[in-house]
Design a protein around this ligand. Sequence first.
Ligand SMILES: Nc1ncnc2c1ncn2[C@@H]1O[C@H](COP(=O)(O)OP(=O)(O)OP(=O)(O)O)[C@@H](O)[C@H]1O
Length: 249
Amino acid sequence: METYIYLSKVADKQQQEEEQPSIEEQEELNVADEQQQEEEQPAIEQHEQQEEEEQPAIEQQQELEDIDMIRNIGKQKCSQMKSQIMVRNVRVFSRVRLLLPGQGAANSVVEYIGEDGELVVRNPVRNSTKPGKDFCMFKFNKVYTPAATQAEVFKDIEPLVRSVMDGFNVCIFAYGQTRSGKTYTMTLFRNLIVLLEQCAKKKNIKKKKKQSCKKILGPIKRFDGDVVEYLKVMLLSLVHKSRAGQGRI
Ligand SMILES: Nc1ncnc2c1ncn2[C@@H]1O[C@H](COP(=O)(O)OP(=O)(O)OP(=O)(O)O)[C@@H](O)[C@H]1O
């Protein structure tokens, strides 16, 4: 193999020497080249000038394409956001109430509270004969431990009030068995009323926002009683309407 390469190299060298033009021939070739270049020069200049003239148009076209692309991305993002909002339209939070005096810790059925909304409860029927049925896991948007304060819960509800001020319809309600802490949690609405009142009084705020706040506050103020009671009445009337087939929740 090595011998073959060597021979081929020698042959190549001989061929190159034969193909090499003489000095006179080379000079002739150079002159011809220069002549050709001179002839082509105006055409090249014309082409360059044309490119220069077309450049702003190309840049403009590019700009328009970029704007189109940004718009399309914007539209996609908007529809993505819309679907995300739809998915997150209903949020379910669970609040585990602390045990009240007289309720022994042994009676608690809560086995595990995860940070991502997992809640594992134990079957209160002891010595269940069905294996695998002793524990049940639920998934919520968030689970508040018995240590969670009212302020912590309110922090998550507050953005909903802000969206009410922006004109969105929001419904918050508590559901659970008796003495599970619904009224206790709903007293947070007193804080919401304070927020709405502040919004309605603010000077540097949009007219639409002010109107939304006043619209909600109006019937609450006219109600002769506590705000939580007002909300209970509202919810109850909705349930009655729904039962009578006149409306729905
Ligand atoms: N997170 C909590 N921390 C401290 N005490 C609580 C908590 N949640 C509820 N409680 C107390 O538990 C008791 C029952 O709560 P609450 O009255 O809110 O229950 P409820 O679900 O509204 O009951 P009902 O359905 O009978 O109206 C009250 O004495 C309340 O103060």
